[in-house]
Design a protein around this ligand. Structure first.
Ligand SMILES: [Fe+2]
Ligand SMILES: [Fe+2]
Length: 620
């Protein structure tokens, strides 16, 4: 039984949300149950005491001249500060902490409801509208774990430092999501992150607004995904944007903002913390990108580059045991990598996927046309249903071999999605022809795989068919290739194989154009050498007796094949040697120009070719 990736269902989403709501609630309130952390006068505090921003009624002046006024205030008493009862700020912080301790069950219950609602909203949104890879249960667990980790970091900053809360690098989470998936999902995760972070400080409005804006800005400013320096710059720009917002908010809520006084506080400066928090988010995103990608179920680039090494034991096995399949995989890799890059998909992952996708063919290589050579096909002696089973087995066996070989799951995914849930048409039709009253249904000839869930795996599915069908296009013109690719794409669309791939119509247009151009360049016309043209005409000459008057003596020995192609008639071919006019550049490639025979030359159908039926009807 083939084990494919698990998409998060409604039940899983519910359980996941509740589990994380419990963990978030515990993280939000655990410090209030640690009795040794409770503040006491005349003793140093164990953790920082923070009074969230808000307007308070204060008494101004003394005696008869005193009056009551509103004063916006925010207070941070760093850890290890000896609480002085004579100071109003210490008394206020002490009063606020005493009010919170010990936490009431009702308060924890209310927090749990808020966290559960946020988690459910996030999980449900991702499941219904998020990118396909985000809908996998494994990825959703990774996303929630990442949010929990960042919440833990924010909580640690709030508890164990006296720094302003804006130093928290919460914006790193939406940035990681934008890098690994898409900006739309990152935007939603940013909203949830901002609320969760603010909840650690009694839903502080300033903290919420800064976290929200900084997260949105990093998503918008994210320009170059590859360069770490660009990520840092993105963070700094977001920090500057949040500093601007802070000044505006402070002016609205507090009636003004004294920048000089704020900057004079250095590590306590809110402006610096806004910019610093943004820069820290960019730095953390860049430095921890690889481990975070692992948490999110991605393969780090270094690992992918390792897998492109043709000395990898599994690739050596493929090249040694199924050389035809290895050449097919390499041809696909070039085509698929260019196509993926053209639509902004992960080109390197697609290349690696192409290398490994058919590894299951190493178990019985002779069942596949590209490995048969001149040997008789084993399918000659098999019933069509048995042949279909043998063909389809390479998906399951390939998945098994790759998993046992420690290949990362996103690469293994190419093995069980590159045929999707298509039918092995050739043997299905053969079976119908041989059995007037068929016992088996079409589903018995259906691949036991999964429809492509990502753009990368969908590209490989298309390229698998296109690479095989491209050899049947004659002449190899751009129009011919475009027509063939459109037919392949249409067939896959019609069969519903691209339904979960996230490929847009625009992507398909770009892919068609990019792949047809690549194929024209792969199969571009070669100039025939004079000796090749002579060889082509030899059979006709052997049946023609020339008139004695037409026979000319050879002035030179027959020419040797030239080492290099020439754009014009070769001087090595003297006119006397050939009765034909001098050869000109030919648009047709010589048969030898192709490293692989055209599918028509094959006595057996290829499972790839059978699925490229619109372009290769002879095999379908
Ligand atoms: Fe395959
Ligand atoms: Fe293949």
């Amino acid at each position: 039984m083939l084990r494919t990736r698990v998409r998060a269902g409604t039940g899983a989403i519910l359980v996941l949300s509740l589990v994380f709501a419990i963990l978030f609630s515990a993280l939000g309130s655990f410090d209030l149950v640690v009795s040794s952390w409770a503040p006491r006068f005349a003793e140093p505090t164990s953790v920082a005491l923070r009074v969230p921003f808000g307007s308070r009624i204060v008494q101004m002046g003394d005696g008869e001249t005193s009056h009551i006024a509103y004063e916006p205030a925010r207070m941070i008493i760093p850890p290890y500060t000896v609480l002085d009862e004579s100071l109003a700020s210490h008394r206020e912080a002490f009063a606020y902490e005493s009010m919170r301790r010990p936490p009431r069950l009702l308060r924890i219950g209310a927090l749990f409801v808020i966290y559960a609602a946020l988690s459910l909203m996030l999980a449900a949104y991702i499941q219904r509208l998020g990118q396909n890879r985000l809908r996998l249960l494994r990825t959703q667990i990774g996303v929630f774990a990442l949010i929990l980790l960042m919440m833990g970091v924010t909580k640690a900053i709030l508890l164990f430092t006296g720094l302003p809360e804006f130093w928290s690098p919460v914006a790193a989470v939406p940035l990681w999501i934008a890098l690994a998936f898409d900006r739309r999902s990152a935007l939603l995760i940013n909203i949830v992150m901002a609320f969760l972070a603010a909840s650690l400080l009694r839903f502080d409005l300033m903290f919420l607004a800064i976290a929200l804006v900084r997260g949105m800005t990093v998503i918008l400013f994210l320009l170059n995904r590859r360069k770490p320096r660009s990520l840092l710059l993105t963070g700094v720009l977001a920090g500057l944007a949040s500093a601007l917002l802070y000044v505006a908010l402070a002016t609205v809520l507090e009636g003004g903002f004294d920048a000089v006084r704020d900057l004079g506080r250095l590590e306590g400066s809110y402006l610096l913390s806004c910019v610093g928090g943004g820069a820290l988010a960019g730095l953390v995103t860049s430095v921890l990108r690889d481990p975070v990608e692992r948490i999110l179920g991605h393969v780090p680039r270094d690992k992918l580059l390792d897998l492109t090494d043709i000395e990898h034991p599994l690739l050596k096995k493929l090249a040694g045991e199924a050389p035809g399949t290895w050449e097919h995989s390499r041809a696909m890799a070039n085509l698929a990598e260019g196509a993926a890059a053209a639509i902004g998909a992960d080109a390197l992952l697609t290349r690696v996927g192409a290398y490994f996708h058919d590894l299951g063919k190493t178990v019985q290589p002779s069942y596949f046309v590209e490995n048969q050579g001149k040997e008789p096909s084993p399918h000659d002696d098999l019933a069509p249903e048995v042949s279909a089973d043998a063909i389809m087995a390479h998906v399951v066996l390939g998945t098994k071999i790759l998993r046992e070989g420690g290949i990362p799951e996103p690469v293994v995914e190419f093995a069980y999605t590159h045929h999707g849930t298509q039918v092995v048409e050739y043997f299905w039709h053969k079976y119908q022809e041989q059995n007037e009253e068929p016992e088996l249904t079409k589903d018995h000839f259906r691949y036991p795989g999964m429809k492509p869930q990502t753009k990368e795996t969908a590209i490989l599915m298309l390229v698998d068919s296109i690479e095989a069908a491209s050899r049947t296009v004659s002449p190899p013109s751009k129009d011919g290739f475009e027509d063939m690719i459109r037919r392949v794409v249409f067939t896959k669309l019609k069969a519903g194989q691209l339904d979960h791939s996230n490929l847009s119509m625009e992507d398909l247009h770009i892919l068609t154009d990019r792949m047809s151009t690549a194929l024209v360049n792969m199969y571009h016309g070669r100039i025939k050498y004079p000796w090749q043209r002579q060889q082509e005409r030899k059979p006709a000459q052997s049946f023609t007796t020339p008139h004695p008057s037409e026979v000319k003596p050879l002035s030179e020995p027959p020419p040797e094949p030239p080492p290099e192609p020439r754009p014009k008639a070769s001087p090595e071919a003297p006119p006397e040697a050939s009765p034909e006019p001098p050869p000109e550049a030919s648009p047709d490639p010589p048969p030898e120009a192709s490293p692989e025979p055209p599918p028509e030359a094959s006595p057996e159908p290829s499972e790839e070719v059978t699925e490229a039926s619109p372009a290769a009807p002879a095999h379908a």
